[in-house]
Design a protein around this ligand. Structure first.
Ligand SMILES: Cc1cc2nc3c(=O)[nH]c(=O)nc-3n(C[C@H](O)[C@H](O)[C@H](O)COP(=O)(O)OP(=O)(O)OC[C@H]3O[C@@H](n4cnc5c(N)ncnc54)[C@H](O)[C@@H]3O)c2cc1C
Length: 495
């Protein structure tokens, strides 16, 4: 009897949900997760969708800019992995990706005093260092930070017979070099802040980790999310749902009244209402604005996740030259790695070039023979972002002249692109990373991702974006998946 009553109530509930004419959705943010949420909703017959975007463009942290007769990526650049990577799965049947051959060729190690050291020892320690890093990522439930584990395991390995003849300066340099490259990968200031345990718990899609969009740029992914490619007749016209220059400042919701619409207020005073709101702004935006963004305030446990899950920053500088003056005929150039002497490091610091000491090296760019790219993370990225293009060009020329005297005179680049994520109020950094604070506070991504539900369990305010992806946090495919996940929550509520 009780069973029949409950079943009857559930059916009534489902049919009421299905019958309601109001299934409107506002999506805050026109990045990957905002677009994937819109796609999934439109595919399920939800037609009242509005996307409010603070800036004047779509893409968010996917931002391809013209350079060297192609597009280079200010934000996401590589598709990391193939198996289980939703971006790869969506696009690869129709597009042939390029690849940055990171593992195929060793870098060239150069020193700030202009000498190119004997490469063999550097290369063997560098290769050992990456083996140590790879091994750490397979340890089940490791303790401590990635930095701690690296130093312990690396120091143990170099004490072995194959490496102990290598001098201390070379060992120190390789330790520091891999530290800098790790900061560039995670957007951290120090690898002693990366939780090895949480890092172990996030997934990595197997396959090539450095697939490129050749000369087209990552923005190409939006052709496939919107379904204007490969078949234009299937275009979902998501672009037409976006209202630009709408910086959302407040989302007012009432969980006690499931029939009510939430009110979204923008910085220009305009307001929009909808039954569901999906917030996709970055974790950096949430950290700075969550107290004023949501009325009533977010639950304490979600606030704890916002505070303790970390958000880092990476910086890039692309330089286009008239020719590839660094290329030695018959070889494949991958990267120069820079080793600073204390004297030159102090000189850089004394002349307001401290940010340069965070640079691990300078890299080739797939498909662009005349481009070089700097890529680094850490505490000095703000200094880099605030400097003018001209200052950065002069600083880089100073550095290249010092490290690569055999290539003098170093020509000026004819065009550059400099990134600016930390100092852009729409992002306030690059992407999330698994921090020691997160581990200590037991804060979870699931909590960050959880929806605020009305008394009838209807998801009222939902959260998407890379930082809410438990499987692939920080990654573009994690962002894509998170938009689908939020949309699915709404779709499944209506049964
Ligand atoms: C420098 C850099 C390099 C990266 N490299 C890679 C890589 O190689 N591979 C990879 O897989 N991933 C990479 N990523 C990560 C990847 O770009 C992100 O995971 C993904 O693009 C995030 O998408 P999202 O939808 O979560 O957020 P976003 O792209 O940030 O979208 C959120 C949108 O919300 C808007 N917004 C913010 N606040 C408001 C507001 N108050 N009101 C209205 N709108 C607002 C923003 O303008 C933005 O358009 C990189 C990121 C950066 C920055």
């Amino acid at each position: 009897m009780l069973f029949r009553l409950v079943t009857g109530l559930c059916l009534l509930c489902a049919s009421l949900n299905a019958q309601t004419s109001d299934n409107s959705v506002i999506i805050v943010g026109a990045g990957l997760s905002g677009y994937s949420a819109a796609r999934r909703l439109l595919e399920n017959g939800f037609n009242e969708i509005t996307i409010l975007e603070s800036s004047g463009r779509i893409g968010g942290r996917i931002y391809s800019v013209p350079l060297s007769n192609g597009m280079v990526d200010s934000g996401a650049q590589w598709v990391h992995g193939q198996v289980g990577n939703s971006i790869y799965q969506l696009v690869s049947p129709h597009f042939s990706f390029g690849s940055t051959p990171v593992d195929l060729h060793y870098p060239i190690f150069v020193i700030s005093n202009g000498t190119t050291p004997q490469q063999r020892n550097f290369q063997s320690l560098y290769s050992l260092g990456y083996t140590v890093l790879a091994n750490i990522s397979t340890i089940r439930l490791p303790r401590g930070s990635l930095g701690d584990l690296f130093v312990t395991n690396f120091d143990e390995a170099i004490a072995g017979p194959l490496y102990r003849h290598i001098d201390v300066a070379t060992q120190d340099f390789i330790r520091e070099e891999i530290h800098k490259e790790t900061n560039g990968y995670y957007g951290t200031s120090s690898w002693f802040d990366i939780s090895a345990r949480l890092n172990f718990l996030s997934e990595f899609a197997d396959g090539d980790q450095y697939l490129t969009w050749k000369r087209q740029g990552f923005i190409t992914v939006f052709d496939y999310i919107t379904r204007r490619a490969p078949n234009p007749s299937e275009n979902l016209n998501i672009d037409s749902r976006v209202i630009f220059n709408k910086k959302v400042t407040n989302i007012r919701y009432n969980t006690n009244d499931p029939a009510s619409r939430s009110t979204v207020t923008c910085s220009d005073g305009s307001t929009y209402t909808a039954r569901h709101v999906i917030f996709t702004g970055s974790l950096g935006v949430l950290k700075k604005y969550h107290e004023t963004m949501f009325t009533p305030a977010l639950p304490t446990r979600k606030v704890s996740s916002i505070r303790n899950i970390a958000f880092g920053n990476v910086a890039k500088f692309f330089m286009e030259f008239d020719n590839n003056f660094w290329q030695t005929p018959g070889t494949t150039f991958l990267k120069y790695l820079f080793m600073w002497t204390d004297f030159h490091k102090n000189q850089a610091i004394a002349t307001n070039r401290e940010w340069m000491t965070d640079i691990a090296g300078i890299y080739a760019v797939d498909q662009y023979p005349n481009l070089l790219q700097i890529f680094f993370g850490g505490g000095n990225t703000q200094m880099f972002e605030l400097a003018s293009d001209e200052t950065v060009i002069n600083d880089v020329l100073w550095m290249l002249d010092m490290f690569l005297p055999h290539l003098r005179p170093i020509p000026r680049p004819r065009a550059v692109h400099k990134t600016k994520w930390l100092t852009n109020d729409n992002f306030l950094g690059s992407y999330s990373y698994p921090s020691m604070d997160q581990e200590r506070s037991l804060s979870t991504i699931a909590e960050l991702a959880s929806s605020i539900r009305a008394t009838n369990n209807m998801p009222m305010v939902l959260f998407a974006g890379e930082a809410t992806s438990s499987e692939f946090p920080s990654m573009a495919h994690g962002a894509l998946d998170s938009g689908y996940r939020a949309a699915d929550e709404i779709v499944s509520f209506y049964g």
